[in-house]
Design a protein around this ligand. Structure first.
Ligand code: GDG
Length: 451
């Protein structure tokens, strides 16, 4: 599994799903040590869930994690072939870590276990297990986009990667578009056949490739937004804003999140609708991530430069247009910050789902909710049409949507929010986990081959 330490809601949903039946959580500890290659597995049991976590060596970290996963796969899967770095050493590290992790898991498996593998770090994990004789049902879930075949074909080794995915019984994606892109690749690049209902046959294996849009614990997050801690944060912002209005953005610093484009769109709002000068500001919470990768360090510098320039151009004695906070907050604080914000900008250039969009909705006051402005390229847009859907590449489109959000009458805000909130409650994290596991139970035959 991927290291979900910061994702909060996701880790909770998965641990909850595991708790119902009891089970094993297996993954990277998040630590780097020389023991990574052979010893030291950290084992704890939390209620009915055993947590087994192993370290990586510094070579694993550089080649597998910072290398192939985050310098090659992440950009290509986010449609950014231009940013991808392909290196044979990285690929070899990626293969090595997948093999070693699989070898460490192998002796811990019981014959009736269902196995669920997460994310782009572990595409070949299922194939490694199969080669070690594992016949259990195995599902895979991709948290990030699966690009159109024309883009993926640019990744050296793309065909091998997709062939390796055929080792799974169920392959889950965030959106219908991603699932369709996968099936198209199987058909056009490796001569597979679509069988309907998401099933594809190729290389003697039948795989169910469907969309399972990930949810959050919406009701739980709504409760967080009214805890004393969250209320303190809401009150602090409201006191400071004193009648002014805040727009919020919450994103890891990552080029896929469209942050420079967002800052320029906010600047366009101030240019085209000058009545917002002095009364509307943007708070961007931006925890740093993957700063050892050049593209990430660059985007941070770009954001610092842009916010400085825009603030220099428009700031007044008692108002600053953009507040860029390069740090993280607790989940409760975040919930309180969302609640104090009249609109939320979620404008990634590509995003698997985007949980911030759902969290913002969950944290709102039913009687006076804010408005979500959402990129059409976030997976979340497929199931959140009541948000204001925008093209994040167009500063005019985003500025116009922001102006609409700021002027939106209370009735319309309530109506849109009601629909969104109901849907994120109905399609929550447990529903998501159950949908994948139900399909795995009914479809997963642990088949070595169907031919
Ligand atoms: C990947 C996919 C997909 C952010 N800042 C803080 C903080 N966060 C939390 C948010 C949210 C999570 O991190 C970010 O989730 P996203 O979905 O927005 O984006 P990725 O990190 O890129 O996640 C994405 C997701 O996996 C799940 O499948 O939706 O498409 O890229 O929960 O609230 N949490 C805390 N402090 C912060 O400062 N505590």
């Amino acid at each position: 599994m991927k290291d979900t330490g910061k994702a909060g809601g996701l880790a909770v949903a998965l641990v909850d799903a595991l708790r119902e039946t009891g089970g094993l959580w297996f993954g990277w500890s998040g630590d780097v040590s020389q023991e990574g290659s052979f010893g030291s597995m950290k084992l704890d049991t939390v209620r009915r869930v055993t947590m087994a976590r192993i370290d990586m060596t510094s070579a694993d970290y550089d080649e597998f994690y910072a290398g192939h996963a985050n310098r090659a796969l992440w950009p290509v899967l986010h449609y950014r072939l231009d940013l991808a770095v392909f290196d044979r050493r990285y690929e070899e590290g990626y293969r090595r870590v997948n093999e070693r992790f699989a070898a460490r898991l192998r002796p811990m498996l019981k014959p009736d276990d269902l196995i669920w593998v997460h994310d782009y770090h572990f595409f070949p994990f299922g194939a490694e297990l199969r080669s070690m004789g594992v016949e259990n049902p195995i599902a895979f879930f991709l948290h990030i986009p699966f690009p159109a075949p024309e883009i993926l074909a640019g990744l050296p080794g793309a065909e091998g990667l997709v062939r390796a995915m055929l080792a799974y019984d169920v392959v889950g994606f965030q959106t219908e578009r991603d699932a369709d892109n996968f099936r198209r690749f199987v058909v056009t690049e490796i001569g597979g056949t679509e069988m309907g209902d998401g099933a594809v046959i190729a290389g003697g294996r039948e795989v169910l490739a469907r969309a399972y849009p990930i949810g959050i614990d919406a009701e739980g997050f709504a409760r967080q937004a009214v805890t004393p801690d969250a209320r303190r944060h809401t009150a602090r912002i409201e006191r400071q804003m004193a009648g002014k209005r805040q727009i919020v953005g919450v994103d890891r610093i990552d080029y896929s999140k469209g942050l420079p484009e967002r800052f320029r769109a906010f600047e366009r709002l101030l240019e085209d609708y000058p009545e917002n000068r002095g009364t509307v500001s943007l708070m961007q919470i931006a925890p740093p991530s993957r700063s050892e990768v050049d593209a990430y360090a660059e985007i941070r510098r770009e954001l610092e430069g842009l916010s400085g320039r825009i603030n220099g151009r428009f700031a007044d004695l008692d108002w600053v247009p953009i507040r860029l906070l390069v740090r993280s907050f607790t989940r409760r604080a975040l919930a309180g910050i969302y609640r104090a914000s009249r609109a939320c900008l979620v404008t990634p250039l590509r995003d698997g789902m985007n949980l911030v969009a759902k969290e913002y909705v969950a944290a709102q006051r039913a009687e006076d909710p804010g408005v979500l402005v959402l990129s059409r390229f976030a997976g979340a847009a497929e199931r959140m049409p009541e948000a204001l859907i925008v093209n994040p590449h167009s500063p005019e489109a985003v500025a116009n949507a922001l102006q609409t959000a700021l002027a939106m009458p209370l009735d319309e805000r309530r109506q849109r929010w009601q629909e969104l909130y109901q849907r994120i409650c109905d399609e929550n994290a447990s529903v998501w986990a159950k949908a994948v596991l139900d399909d795995l139970r009914s479809h997963g035959r642990g088949q070595a081959s169907v031919s």
